[in-house]
Structure formats: structure tokens, C-alpha cells
Design a protein around this ligand. Structure first.
Ligand code: ADP
Length: 258
């Protein structure tokens, strides 16, 4: 569980998040959406302890994040972002690093560690590239290697910041299935997404960010009953069933007075 309690935060004296309160729970898929610059990544940074709030509090499992030693944090939360360093390691080594990211060099790995990392690579869909250097992987393959690292880390709360940026369509769908199953297994899954229809399909709960504040916090069904999509994104959302599956058409909202 991650809680933000009246958090204000920003950069160089300029506030971005203003008095934001929200909680993120295990077993739940929460999707954060909002226009560019609305503060989604800043919210993600604050949640992960990468950016310190100016005021308010961030709590992980009822503990003030500031009081949790950095070495204990990897057990509780992990992040898959869209940009990664490119280490001179194999994909397998990178995945193994997930379990020991806090342990100083030199590390020694047991056959069990190797097996766990291979399982994570398998689940991420790149077991066949285990021995390839991360530096020689494509953007999408590299994203999967970092996903394997997160899966191997296995923290309670997992945050995905625009995770599909480099993924082709089948890989995006696979990642969505993985995120669903992670939540079913009891992980808290929090995703920052820009694609509204993916967000509606994936989320148990949606947070809409707008100008550094949370404009909406509720289920996709509840969101559809509001005017928030029109007011924040300028679209109307039309749900429909296609071959037994819920799909969403986004239609540009009529501009008032046009
Ligand atoms: P989003 O993820 O919704 O696109 P961000 O949280 O990245 O929004 O950005 C919100 C605002 O904060 C923007 O005005 C952006 O320019 C600013 N910002 C983001 N990161 C930084 C940074 N590292 N330094 C200074 N300003 C930043």
C-alpha cells in the first residue's frame, strides 16, 4: 500500500503537484492518466521516493517513506520506466540484478538465483535472449529485460511509467496480461498511461490528473458517467461490445459554441 497525504511537490521552486492525496493498494490495478504536463511522472517520482515532497507525507505500508532505509525499499516497491541506462550486462545478469539491486558488488549468484531470473525472462517474453548484451537489444527487447528485472525483484507494489512506449502491439497486449495477472497474484499495479482506451480496459481504478491535481478517482464505469473526459481530454467515450469484449471509441467532443 502506498499513500500520498496532501502532497505538494515540484522542481526549482515551481510547484507541480498541489495538495494531492491518493492511495494505491495491493491486488488493484490503478491507472493514472492525464494530459502531457499534468504531473503524472512527478506523481510517480514522489510515490517511489525519487522526489521529496515539499509538504505532506508519502507512506509505504503505513510507514513514512523518509524513515524507510533505501536498502529496504526494493522489497516494497519497484518501477518500470520508459528510459533505461544501457549497462554492459547480459539480459540474464540484468534480470538477476532485480533481486540484489541493493547488495554491493561483488555479488555471487546461486543456481537458484539463475533459475529465478530465467523464469522472469520467460514471463517477460525474452528468455531466448538471456545471454545477449542489453546494449545490443532493441528498445522493445530492452524494455522486456527491465520488466524481467522488476518481475525478479518481485516487490509488493509495481509502478509502470508509460511501459508500452517501445513495444509493438502483441507485446503491449502481453504486458497488459502480465499486469492483470500480477494484480491477481496480489501485487499492487500502478500504471501511468497516455492511452485512454487502454487505461479504461486495464484499470480497476482510474486517477485523472489535470494541472497537478487529481480531477477524478474512481472506476472506469464511474468515469464514463462524468464529463471529465470531455473537460480534460476533449473527447467523449463511447463504450461498445466487440465479440464479447468491452471496447471504447473516443470521439472528439463538440466544442461549445462552435
Ligand atoms: P506528465 O508526466 O503528466 O507529462 P510531468 O510530471 O512530467 O507531467 O511534468 C509536469 C510539469 O513538471 C511540466 O511542466 C514539466 O515541465 C515539469 N517537470 C517535469 N520534470 C521536471 C524536472 N526534472 N525539472 C523541472 N521541471 C520538470
Amino acid at each position: 500500500m502506498i499513500e500520498l497525504d496532501h502532497v505538494t511537490a515540484g522542481y526549482d521552486g515551481v510547484p507541480v503537484l498541489r495538495d494531492v492525496s491518493a492511495s494505491f493498494r495491493p491486488g488493484e490495478r490503478t491507472v493514472i492518466i492525464g494530459p502531457n504536463g499534468s504531473g503524472k511522472s512527478t506523481l510517480a517520482s514522489v510515490m517511489m521516493g525519487l522526489l521529496t515532497p515539499w509538504s505532506g507525507q508519502v507512506r509505504w505500508q503505513d510507514r513514512d517513506l523518509q524513515s524507510i532505509p533505501v536498502k529496504d525499499r526494493a522489497k516494497m516497491t519497484g518501477l518500470l520506466s520508459q528510459e533505461h541506462p544501457v549497462p554492459s550486462l547480459s539480459a540474464l545478469r540484468l534480470a538477476m540484478h532485480g533481486r540484489f539491486s541493493q547488495v554491493p558488488w561483488p555479488r555471487s549468484y546461486s543456481p537458484e538465483d539463475r533459475q529465478k531470473a530465467l523464469e522472469a525472462l520467460d514471463r517477460a517474453g525474452i528468455r531466448d535472449l538471456a545471454d545477449n548484451p542489453v546494449s545490443e537489444l532493441s528498445g522493445g527487447q530492452r524494455q522486456k529485460a527491465y520488466l524481467a528485472m522488476l518481475l525478479n525483484q518481485d516487490p509488493e507494489m509495481m509502478l509502470f511509467d508509460e511501459p508500452s512506449t517501445f513495444l509493438d502491439l502483441p507485446s503491449q497486449r502481453q504486458l497488459e496480461r502480465t499486469m492483470r495477472s500480477l494484480a491477481d497474484e496480489g501485487h499492487g499495479v500502478v500504471a501511468v498511461l497516455h492511452d485512454l482506451s487502454t487505461a479504461l480496459k486495464l484499470a480497476d481504478r482510474i486517477l485523472v490528473m489535470d494541472q497537478g491535481q487529481i480531477r477524478f478517482d474512481g472506476t472506469p464505469e464511474e468515469l464514463l458517467k462524468t464529463r471529465v473526459p470531455e473537460e480534460v481530454f476533449g473527447v467523449r467515450i463511447l463504450p461498445l461490445m466487440v465479440e464479447g469484449q468491452r471496447e471504447y471509441i473516443l470521439k472528439e467532443a463538440d466544442v461549445q459554441g462552435a
